[in-house]
Write a protein that binds this ligand. Structure first.
Ligand code: GLN
Length: 489
């Protein structure tokens, strides 16, 4: 089994552990081996404390030997985006600013994950402070798309998507502010879900844009994504925006919710600007649902055209405020050249932040400044309300909305790196979901002729993750995209 262990799903590994076919330590050792074999090509990890993972795996094996089992993820490794605090591990956000920072505590999502017995597995590459769509803004390195190493894996959670696609982890956690889970999931051919704003606590997630940020799962199957979401969802007193809502048993709901569903197709998400191969694959997915007895109806999300503009005003405004804490005085990079206190702030920030982060801070400061606040920030907030209303109105008529996740498959490294506007347009179908606060999932729905994955996005009503997972599961059950793996030998 050892040679294929790295492509077993978390659900399968759970069964293997249960039957005694494999131990958690063997799983971690197989992943260490796999990571050593492919990491030169993929480059998903920024660091990895293998000894800690092995120690936790052995603890899980000992628990199991005593007849204890904490849950379906006990003993299963989960890769962690380097933006989530894991006690005693580096937390760099792929920034020079935090290059030497070590977390003094666990994020709530990590605390919950550890409570299930899951094994935190490495620190995954990302765009600096989660700002980007390709991992090219990482201050450390660019992660490759496992399906074509010349291409980017998407971003900002590019490492989280690539490691799951490459068999370096069965599961991983990422964060999604404007698409950073769904977009890389689509481009790497894996499942990625952004939960409803407020479902997963943001305590211990380094803040980018606090009204948009959410933590969510990456997996190779919908069922696995459901298991990981289950582990991290739920109210937390330490995050005042976390919602008090009952968390269903997501895995059980997969088989209990059978549809047929009423599915909405927004015309604004098709046509001009969408790559024909992407459109074809998504339309085929829509036809699949129709053939399953689902009712397919047109819906309109008329304010979508403002989503990118609104997102890049609100996200940068919040970022400029959140990133003010990196002052060179406390836990961050500190310039050695500074003459006095003011100089220290300037130089530490000039040296610590990369160009995209600086661009966002400047833009965000501008839209919040007194002369422009009404013209940009306030107007963006009003437009945000309209975008949310579009979705809530549409979701009154349908159970879920189907769209492409991204306008095109993965692009080549360097192709958009010098053109921020073209890079920002990658978020055109995902950022509206964050502005509306609704949940969204991306699942593989095909491949381009050149062999790059294509993603289907399913958006739904707030806190209806179970419904989205069930709809996604139905598609997955009837297709084999999730069983295909990139050739990395
Ligand atoms: N690509 C978007 C951005 O650059 C989204 C990032 C994210 O979701 N963290 O802001």
């Amino acid at each position: 089994m050892a040679e294929t262990l790295h492509y077993r799903t978390a659900t399968e590994l759970g069964r293997d552990l249960e039957s005694g076919a494999v131990s958690s330590e063997e799983i971690v050792r197989a992943l260490i081996e796999r990571t050593r074999a492919v990491e030169d090509t993929v480059g998903a990890f920024l660091s990895c404390d293998e000894d800690d993972a092995l120690a936790r795996a052995r603890e899980s094996d000992e628990r199991r030997a005593r007849g204890e089992r904490r849950g379906p993820l006990d003993g299963i490794p989960v890769g962690i985006k380097d933006i989530l605090a894991v006690e005693g591990q580096p937390l760099t956000c792929a920034s020079r600013m935090l290059a030497n920072f070590v977390s003094p505590y666990d994020a709530t999502a990590i605390r919950k994950l550890k409570a299930t017995g899951a094994v935190p597995w490495g620190r995954l590459n990302m765009d600096e402070f989660a700002m980007g769509s390709s991992t090219e803004n990482s201050s450390v390195k660019i992660t490759a798309n496992p399906w074509n190493p010349e291409c980017i894996p998407g971003g900002s959670s590019g490492g989280s998507a690539a490691c799951v696609a490459a068999g370096e982890a069965p599961l991983s956690l990422g964060s999604d502010t404007g698409g950073s889970i769904r977009q890389p999931a689509a481009l790497c051919g894996v499942v990625g879900m952004k939960p409803t704003y407020g479902l997963v606590s943001r305590y211990g997630l380094v803040a980018f844009a606090s009204s948009l940020d959410q933590i969510g799962p990456f997996a190779r199957t919908v069922e696995d994504a459901a298991l990981l979401l289950q582990a991290v969802a739920g109210h937390d007193d330490r995050d005042s925006t976390s919602f008090k809502t009952e968390i269903p048993d997501y895995r059980r709901e997969l088989s209990q919710r059978r549809g047929p569903w009423k599915l909405g197709i927004p015309k604004e998400y098709f046509g001009e600007g969408v790559d024909p191969e992407v459109e074809k694959a998504v339309r085929a997915a829509i036809e699949f649902y129709r053939s399953e007895g689902c009712e397919i109806v047109d819906v309109s999300l008329p304010h979508t055209e403002y989503a990118i503009g609104v997102y890049y005003i609100i996200a940068t405004a919040e970022a400029s405020s959140n990133l003010a804490r990196y002052d060179g005085v406390r836990y961050t990079h500190r310039s050695k050249e500074a003459a006095d206190a003011i100089d220290l702030y300037f130089k530490s920030r000039a040296e610590g932040f990369g160009p995209e982060v600086k661009r966002r801070i400047i833009l965000g400061t501008y839209v919040l400044s007194s002369g422009y606040y009404d013209a940009y920030y306030l107007k963006a907030q009003k437009a945000r309300t309209l975008i949310r209303k579009d979705f809530l109105d549409a979701c009154r008529k349908v159970d879920a909305i189907l769209t492409p996740t991204t306008p095109a498959p993965a692009f080549r490294k360097g192709e958009k790196a010098d053109d921020p506007l073209r890079m920002y347009l990658n978020d055109i179908f995902t950022s509206s979901g964050n502005l509306a606060g609704i949940p969204g999932i991306s699942i593989p729905c095909g491949f381009s002729e050149s062999g790059l994955p294509i993603g289907l996005q399913i958006l739904g009503r707030p806190f209806e993750e179970a419904e989205l997972l069930a709809i996604a599961h139905r598609f997955e059950q009837a297709h084999d995209y999730h069983t295909r793996h990139p050739d990395l030998t």
